[in-house]
Design a binder for this molecule. Structure first.
Ligand code: DHB
Length: 385
């Protein structure tokens, strides 16, 4: 069977596979990050660190919808503090059972610009004093859950300010920016144009963080599912995928080519990864699915991606990047034909899942009829049981 190459680069850093974990779920402790390290994930990304360790918001602070379409969180940045994530002891624990070489990236989300600068200074110092296993920094400019604080990357003066101040520090580590979803094309354009001014410093952007200011309401208790901040929280999971794809696509079109775009938002299958590659992602991160399924999701998603690429005749993930086609009648015809084939294969049901369920129901109905017939025959003395 042909081999599919899933290698990627993120801001010049080589990754063995183009799928890795998002900052947030299962990324706060070395034990959880060690599981990412031994999986098929192509990199390991820490929880967003603050200067000091903190507990975050009260529970419940995470919610998953019963139909698996949406999740919400308002964790309030629980984390062990920057010193934990950059200490050699922590990094030793992360790589303890891992013989593959994959990059470790540190996410930071300071409460102030000054905090971010102190954290970046500490990272630069750690690398300078020999901790070469820190491959890069993801600066989170998109956290929606710090109560009373705006999302930095929605405030373009603040965005320029922070990038300008960092640029004067001449850090040599690879720097990425985690961005919030832009829901207006002009806003996205403005953000891209500011980031382009710092293309010598910003190696990649990550699109998108959760869609902020969402609310899930419990019909039983008649209250929000999440306890803090009036229940307002960041939306993630499959329902965020379409906004994420659009942001990845537009950022890829508007950022200078030397800045990579990394996709995140609602990825749960290999096919999802393929869609993000087409829209211009160099690699993707998986958040909510990692939360729900654990680190084995990386093995599954990587296998599925290989299968999708093989079926479509690609030999590598990198050759799909940014190859989204324009809508065409011919493309639509192909899609209709593929749906027809699938329908035939599943015996007329709209998907193989319902097809299987339909078949099971038919068998159960048949067994029920048989049992009733036997009982009636027994009652009327035709047979004896
Ligand atoms: C949290 C949420 C985010 O979306 C983020 O980027 C960082 C932290 C949180 O609530 O902990």
């Amino acid at each position: 069977m042909s081999n599919i190459n899933l290698e990627a680069t993120v801001g010049g850093i080589p990754l063995p596979t183009c799928v890795y974990n998002a900052s947030g779920p299962r990324s706060g402790a070395s034990q959880a990050l060690a599981k990412v390290a031994t999986s098929s994930a192509g990199a390991i990304l820490s929880k967003s660190a603050t200067l000091e360790a903190q507990n975050g918001n009260p529970l419940p602070r995470v919610w998953h919808s019963d139909d698996n379409t949406a999740s919400m969180n308002s964790e309030g940045l629980p984390n062990s503090g920057i010193d934990y994530y950059i200490s050699s002891a922590t990094i030793d624990e992360i790589f303890e059972d891992c013989d593959t070489k994959k990059p470790y990236l540190v996410s930071i989300s300071g409460k102030t610009l000054a905090d971010n600068l102190v954290m970046m200074d500490r990272i630069a110092d750690a690398i300078a004093s020999g901790e070469k296993r820190i491959s890069g920094v993801e600066l989170n400019l998109a956290c929606p859950n710090v109560i009373g604080k705006p999302i930095i990357a929605y405030d373009f003066d603040q965005l320029r300010d922070i990038l300008e101040t960092i640029s004067r520090k001449n850090y040599t580590f690879v720097l990425g920016l985690k961005l919030p979803p832009y829901l207006d094309g002009k806003h996205l354009q403005q953000a891209a144009s500011i980031i382009n001014e710092y293309s010598g410093m910003v190696s990649y952007v990550v699109c998108i963080n959760t869609i902020g200011n969402a609310l899930s309401v419990d019909p039983v208790s008649e209250a929000p599912f999440i306890s803090s901040n009036g229940g307002l929280a960041g939306l993630s999971g499959p329902s965020s995928k379409f906004t994420a794809l659009a942001n990845v696509r537009q950022m890829r079109q508007q950022l200078k080519s030397e800045i990579d775009v990394i996709g995140v938002g609602g990825i749960s299958t290999g096919e999802d990864v393929f869609l993000f590659l087409l829209c211009g992602a160099s690699a993707v991160q998986v958040g909510t699915t990692h939360w729900k399924e654990g680190s084995k999701c990386f093995d599954r998603i990587v296998d599925e991606l290989k299968q999708v690429l093989r079926e479509k005749g690609y030999s590598s993930a990198s050759e799909c990047i940014g190859q989204l086609k324009s809508w065409s009648k011919e493309g639509a015809r192909k899609t209709r034909a593929a749906k027809q084939r699938l329908k035939k294969k599943s015996g007329g049901a709209s998907s193989s899942k319902t097809g299987l369920l339909g078949e099971t129901k038919w068998i159960l109905d048949a067994v029920l009829v048989l049992v009733v017939a036997v009982l009636l025959a027994d009652k009327f003395g035709t047979i004896s049981i």
